[in-house]
Every structure is written in C-alpha cells, then in structure tokens.
Design a protein around this ligand. Structure first.
Ligand code: TRP
Length: 330
C-alpha cells in the first residue's frame, strides 16, 4: 500500500498496553516506514467520556511518547493532537448538514446504549450526550480532512470508517466530487491478544500489561498470568496458554518453535515459562522503554513534535476546509 495517504487516530482514554501494541501500533509504525501517514491523538473523541482535562493530557502524552519511543518515522508520519487543528471542528459541523440522523441511529456504539436503556425500561437516550451521538461525524471529518486513502482501524471501528464513506458520498452527490473515498483496513489478524486472565486484553477487564511498565512491574504482572494447574512434568498445550500466545508476538520463528516444544514435551513449569516470557518482552522493549521514560520526563520534546505535526496537518486541513466552505457557502 505504498504512496497512499494513511490516517489513523488513537483515543487517549488509557495507558497503552501490550494488546494495543501487538494489535495495532506495531503495524502502524511499520506502515509509516513507507507511507505518508497522519497519526493523531483523538483527544476530542475522548471528551464525551472523560471529563478530567489532566487525564486527557496525560494519556495524550503517553500515546505520543510511546509512538516516538517505538520509532515512528517522523519523516513520513505527521503526529499531532486532533484538537490542535481548528479545521476539524469546522468540517465536523459542516458535515452535520449532509449527515442523516438515521445514520447516527444505526451506529453500533449508540445502538448498544439504546438497547441497554430499553432493557432497563428507562429513557432510550439516557446517558447519551451529543458528543457520543455525533462521534461518527467528527470521525468522518478527521478522515476526510486529510484526503486519506487508507484508514487502519480495529474491527470495532470499521463501521465508523464506512460512515465516513457514506457521509463523503452524500456530500459528493450534493456538491460534486470533493472527497476521496477512504478504505478501512482492519489490522492483520493477530487473533485475540490475551490478557492476564486469559480473556482479551482490555482496559475494561482490568487484565492489561502496560507497554512500558518499569521492569519490576512488568515482571510482577507477567508472574500473575493465570494458568491451569498442570505440574511442571506434564505436557502443556501452548495454543491454550496466554504465556505462549504473548511470546509468539515478540520471538522469531525458531524461538517460537523451541518454546512450543518445551510446552508439548513437558518438564517446564509455568513459573519457568513466565520467566522466559518476561525476559523476551523485557529485552524487546528495553530500548524503547528507556526512550519513553526520557520523553515522559522531558515533555517539552513531545510538545515540539506535536506542534510541528499540528502545523503540517493544518496546512492540508486548511486547504480542504477552504474548498469545502467555498462549495457549500459560495
Ligand atoms: N474512534 C477511534 C477509536 O476509538 C479513534 C479515531 C478517531 C479514529 N478518529 C479517527 C480512527 C479517525 C481512525 C480514523 O479507536
């Protein structure tokens, strides 16, 4: 997918964990090696949920710091805060006028709340603010503002990218071919990344391993991975083991094959397996973690990068909004 404009947003609603890294960040960083990429911290999208500015700010630094520490290619990638580009508020508002209300009613996240409220016998819109309801329009503005070709997202965001296409279509039908049609790209199938309790690693299950936890905390977390009660001697099924699953994402093929054999042969206790996993993850992330810790203690360096990103993004965004205003308002 070379020479395409790639765009994605990351919502600052929590500290990035291994599941985020394996599921999305790794491939995003790889993609930015060869493509013009817009990566932004979707802080405006966090607003409907998080009302504490200091949290949004902190998580935003963590996400930016993490991407920089992991080596995001800043020659190709424009890294910025969504809220630093004024045109996005404008485009979002303008797009409201071609967006059918019924489309918003069909959004999975909104529908899920309506269903829950209905079951509870309360007002269907209880707990729904307009930020949540119009979330897909803001996301369409993000995508359309930068003429994106490709939008890598998790499966849960696919509908939102399809909505961006729908909205672009409504707009183009009314005003002429202004917007490109973006394509959602759903991350290569990394399967479900298991968390400490074996369920999908997710903040909502409180089973995550933070990506850049200090070494001793990382070790503690890994030692807490839940296993079955097989004795060290017994052969074990690697495909049912969280330890093995996590290992595969950091090890090469030969190492993975060897570790698999240690499971199936028997003779390795889970404690040993966890230590092997810890050492692998720890050594893979040590350099990036050091850089991350440095950046978190020198946030001004992150600010400089984000500011430069916002300026670069604004050049493209301002051009789009000027054009859109012209066709809509004359
Ligand atoms: N809604 C996305 C999420 O929750 C984040 C996001 C905001 C985004 N704007 C975007 C993703 C534009 C891709 C493109 O993960």
């Amino acid at each position: 997918m070379d020479n395409k404009i790639v765009l994605t947003g990351i919502k600052p609603t929590g500290t990035p964990h291994l599941g985020n890294y394996i599921g999305a960040l790794k491939s995003l960083i790889k993609c930015a090696e060869t493509n013009k990429t817009f990566v932004f911290i979707a802080d405006l999208h966090a607003l409907n949920l998080i009302k504490d500015a200091s949290k949004i700010r902190q998580y935003s630094y963590e996400i930016a710091g993490m991407l920089i520490a992991l080596g995001l290619n800043l020659e190709n990638a424009v890294l910025f805060r969504q809220s630093d580009v004024n045109a996005v508020y404008q485009l979002s508002n303008l797009l409201m006028n071609v967006t059918p209300k019924g489309l918003m009613n069909r959004a999975h996240s909104y529908k899920a709340i309506v269903e829950k409220n209905t079951e509870s016998g309360i007002d269907i819109d209880s707990g729904v603010n307009m930020g949540l309801y119009t979330y897909p329009v803001l996301m369409a503005a993000d995508i359309l503002l930068y003429n994106s070709d490709i939008v890598p997202v998790g499966a849960d965001q696919k509908q939102h990218v399809e909505f961006a296409r729908d909205i672009a279509g409504y707009f183009n039908n009314t005003y002429g071919e202004i917007f490109k049609m973006p394509e959602p790209v759903i991350g290569e199938d990394n399967g479900i990344i298991p968390g400490l309790d074996g369920r999908k690693m997710s903040k909502s299950y409180d089973n995550t391993i933070p990506l850049f936890a200090p070494e001793n905390e990382l070790k503690k977390k890994i030692m807490r991975i839940i296993t079955d009660s097989k004795t060290p001697e017994e052969p074990k099924n690697p495909d049912e083991s969280t330890i093995f699953q996590l290992y595969t994402h950091f090890a090469n093929e030969a190492e993975t094959a060897e570790f698999r054999k240690m499971f199936t042969d028997g003779g390795m206790g889970y404690g040993t397996a966890k230590t092997i996993l810890f050492e692998k993850i720890n050594s893979s992330l040590a350099k990036a973690r050091e850089k991350y810790e440095y950046l978190m203690n020198n946030k001004a360096e992150i600010d400089t990068i984000l500011q430069k990103g916002a300026e670069q993004a604004s050049v493209v965004a301002d051009k789009t909004i000027k054009h859109v205003k012209k066709v809509m308002l004359g």
